[in-house]
Structures are given as C-alpha cells and as structure tokens.
Design a protein around this ligand. Structure first.
Ligand SMILES: Nc1ncnc2c1ncn2[C@@H]1O[C@H](COP(=O)(O)OP(=O)(O)OP(=O)(O)O)[C@@H](O)[C@H]1O
Ligand SMILES: [Mg+2]
Length: 204
C-alpha cells in the first residue's frame, strides 16, 4: 500500500468548512460505494441513482471502474497490488469530492474487504456508505455483457473475480441491494435514495 514518500510536507488547513459548502448546495455529501461482482449491476444502478439525485438538484458525480481505468488509473493492472492502488486512489478522489460537497457514487468491483475498509477509514463516520450489489454469480454469468465470464471459463481471461480471483462480500454494508429479485433498476435506485434521505444526507 502507499507509503508517504515525500518528506518536508506540511498540511495546510482549508478556510471554507464542509458545513459552509453544504449551505451552498443545500445538502450534505457522502460516498455511495457500490461493490459487487462484474455484471452485478453496479454501474447501472449507480447511474440510476445519479439520475434521481440530479433531478432533485443534488450535486453528484459517478466514478466508474473501466472509465477511471482508462484515465487516472490507466497505469494499473488487475493484480491484487494494483487493485489495491486503484481503490486507494478512488478513495482519495472520493474524499476530495466529499470535501467539495459532492455526493460521490462509485462503481468498482472492489473485491477485497481490506481495501474497502481503508477507504472507509479515510472518511468521517457516516460519509462512507457501502452498497453491496448482491447478485449471484450464476446471474452475473448469464448476463455476461462484456463476455468476460465466458473467456474466464475457457481459460482465456485470468484473474476474473468470482472465477479465479476472490470476491469478499461485505460483513456489514450500510445497504444491500437484492440483485436476484425481480426488482427493477428504478426500484433499487429508489432504495438508495430513501436511505440517503433517512440518514439526512439530502438536507443540511
Ligand atoms: N436490476 C437489474 N435487472 C436486470 N438487469 C440488470 C439489472 N442491473 C443490471 N442489469 C443488467 O446487467 C448487466 C450488467 O450490469 P452493469 O454493467 O451495471 O454491471 P457492473 O456491476 O457495473 O459490472 P462491471 O463490474 O463489469 O462493470 C447490464 O446489461 C445491465 O443492463
Ligand atoms: Mg460497471
């Protein structure tokens, strides 16, 4: 994991507080951290939540796995070490967005508990909302929109989460979305928004 390499660095405290930023937007900020297998529905539901919040006038951003791997994290692979670094950077970026008063919605498989818990530890209590997209491997494999499960089963794609790489489900996620039920994407997204409302994130 990342060590502090530079010495002679001093933290400069910011002048504008979080609470002052919330006054500007009319709501608080948090990270909605989606985790789950590939094809479990993270990106789909994350974007549906984003749409709902956007219609409500909330400030949001979606940070999505492959998109971030095509930019900020293009120098990282899917090795355990690089997966950890991937999540660390997304955690730090999410923290910056929370500082800016923005609700950050992330959609990464993020298979390792320890990596997710490190992001949780970066944030203040209540700011890290772990959303477990609980969809069975069978259903994910049936969907297989990227064809990755098929390739992995054929031995043509190594390190596929759920096949030859582990997925560590969260022990105590703030929210579990049942991806195996017949609930629509819209219904699942509404569950997330209802949680934010209940926690008081959507108001000051
Ligand atoms: N609740 C749902 N009901 C039916 N189909 C769904 C649902 N959620 C997602 N899907 C479909 O499942 C497929 C995979 O969803 P999505 O791309 O959101 O998965 P993901 O978890 O982001 O995967 P990856 O980690 O590979 O990016 C898509 O084709 C999507 O339309
Ligand atoms: Mg996705």
């Amino acid at each position: 994991m990342a060590e502090q390499k530079a010495t002679n660095v001093t933290w400069h405290a910011h002048t504008v507080t979080k609470a002052e930023r919330w006054q500007g937007s009319g709501h608080k900020a948090a990270v909605l951290w989606f985790t789950g297998l590939s094809a479990s529905g993270k990106s789909t539901v994350a974007n549906a939540v984003d749409s709902l919040l956007n219609k409500m006038g909330k400030r949001t951003i979606v940070l999505d796995g492959d998109n971030i791997r095509m930019g900020l994290n293009k120098n990282l692979t899917f090795s355990a070490e690089d997966r950890a670094e991937n999540i660390r950077r997304i955690g730090e970026v999410s923290k910056l967005f929370v500082s800016a008063g923005v609700i950050s919605i992330t959609a990464f498989i993020s298979p390792y508990k320890a990596d997710r818990d490190k992001v949780r530890a970066l944030l203040e209590p209540g700011e890290f909302i772990e959303v477990f997209m609980d969809t069975s491997l069978e259903l994910c494999e049936q969907r297989d929109p990227k064809g990755l499960y098929k390739k992995a089963r054929a031995g043509l794609h190594k390190g596929m989460t759920g096949i030859d790489d582990p997925y560590e489900a969260p022990d105590k996620p703030e929210l579990v979305l049942d991806g195996n039920s017949n609930k629509s994407v819209e219904e699942l997204a509404q569950e997330v928004v209802a949680y934010l409302e209940k926690q008081g994130v959507l108001s000051v």
